[in-house]
Ligand binder design. Structure first.
Ligand code: C5P
Length: 418
């Protein structure tokens, strides 16, 4: 059971927090609520108590609450604190460290991750003071769940609508999974090296893009140039990154695999489409290029089906495809902190992979020996992780286990770098 402390402040969007409570309880969360004086102008303590199944807290100086559940205990017993909706006034108080009511005192006393979902009139949102305060709150370590734009309750149109309940739930669960990664799951094999015994750095999660599968390069309407990649390894890496709380975009060529859970998926066909989708996914902290991108494409794909020529040789002019890994690793403005490529080699594995790492400016190369069709389509993989320090052979294991071990390394790396 996860414990959420939800602070509901004075905004017309307060009624949406009722839906949020319901959704969190559906996800087996225990929700305790602090309703500010302003919040109680919009919704009643009774509705909050009924939906949360817990008493509602509001008064800093209530002897009863202070003995039973004071501002310190409320925060200590929570896994995460969520302010939704967060009014401009509450954000201003947070930015300046006020503690003149139960909500602000709890926020100041908190030793937990704080998520803030603002909701207010568009002008209030745009005001430099609000933006300044928000930056301060974020700098202090809170995660901001930005409001969306649209028609507001006050009749005006603009930014300031409370983020969708589903998005707030996702942000909460993401932050919880990072927390779990920090401790609760510490005994699992994934965390055995100690990489995840501490949460990721202040400021929450990380963003990752993963390329996977083959690309198909059209020759004519019925034929294409492709390769044998199944996408299993790339998909497993995307799933493992999401499992530890990453915000993951998987960009995949045509495969027979289902989309992994909890991952944003872009389906593409050709290398050019894959490159465009990668560019769209930037900026990210980590890029894992596991796709077997076709090295070439037809110089000019025919719009009509090509005919056989009665036994005569047919020439197919090919041009090289863009190197997506190289492009990301040399990106002038948005190079990810960590760029990882793959190298499928049939000979001189370590030497070729080390050269590839340097030539493409990648940080790591996951190299595998594909001689004799050992890996393509298989559920297992046998890889060597090549970094600036040299090669590290991993024993043969399932592609899921390779993914978990790689993600363990990724988390450890970005924790040090961030
Ligand atoms: O040069 P080679 O194809 O052996 O490099 C393999 C690595 O480069 C893989 O990580 C693959 O995803 C990536 N790659 C790419 N774009 C290409 C070719 C390869 O991203 N056009």
């Amino acid at each position: 059971m996860r414990n959420i402390l939800l602070i509901i402040s004075g905004s017309i969007a307060a009624y949406k927090s009722l839906d949020l409570i319901r959704r969190l309880r559906e996800r087996e969360c225990n929700v305790r609520c602090i309703l500010t004086k302003g919040g109680a102008e919009f919704i009643t303590p009774l509705s909050v108590a009924s939906l949360s199944g817990n008493p509602v807290y509001g008064d800093l100086f209530s002897l009863k609450d202070e003995t039973e559940m004071g501002h310190i205990r409320l925060t200590r017993e929570a896994d995460v604190i969520v302010v939704a909706p967060a009014s401009a006034d509450l954000i201003a108080k947070m930015a300046h460290g006020f503690a003149d009511d139960l909500a602000t005192a709890a926020l100041l006393a908190s030793d937990k991750k704080i998520l803030v979902a603002p909701a207010m009139n568009a002008q209030m949102w745009k005001h430099p003071a609000t933006q300044r305060n928000l930056r301060r709150v974020e700098k202090d370590g809170a995660v901001i769940i930005p409001p969306s734009a649209g028609s507001l309750a006050c009749g005006e149109i603009g930014a300031g609508r409370l983020a969708e309940a589903g998005d707030i739930v996702k942000a909460i669960l993401d932050s919880l999974s990072l927390r779990e990664m920090a401790g609760v799951k510490a005994s699992s094999a994934l965390l055995s090296s100690g990489a995840s015994r501490h949460p990721l750095p202040e400021g929450g999660g990380f963003k990752a893009l993963v390329t996977s599968g083959p690309t198909h390069e059209s020759i004519d309407p019925v034929r294409y140039l492709g390769n044998r990649s199944s996408g299993k390894q790339g998909h497993a890496i995307a799933a493992a990154l999401a499992e530890v709380g990453g915000d993951v975009t998987l960009i995949t060529g045509p495969t027979a695999l289902p989309d992994p859970e909890g991952v944003r998926v872009a389906h593409v066909t050709s290398a050019s489409e894959m490159l465009a989708a990668c560019e769209k996914a930037l900026p990210v902290n980590v890029a894992v290029c596991a796709a077997a991108v076709s090295d070439w494409r037809a110089e000019a794909a025919s719009v009509r089906k090509l005919k056989k020529r009665g036994g005569a040789a047919t020439a197919l002019a090919l041009v090289e495809n863009p190197d997506i890994l190289g492009h990301l690793a040399n990106h002038p403005k948005k190079r990810p902190i960590l760029v990882i490529g793959f190298a499928a080699e049939t000979e001189n594995l370590l030497k070729n992979a080390a050269t590839k790492r340097k030539n493409k400016n990648a940080d790591w190369i996951v190299a595998n020996d594909v001689s004799g069709g050992k890996i393509f389509g298989s559920d297992n993989n046998e890889v060597t992780l090549v970094t600036a320090k040299g090669g590290e052979e991993w024993p043969r294991m399932s592609k899921e286990a390779v993914a978990e071990k790689l993600v363990e390394r990724i988390v450890s790396y970005i924790r040090k770098k961030k």
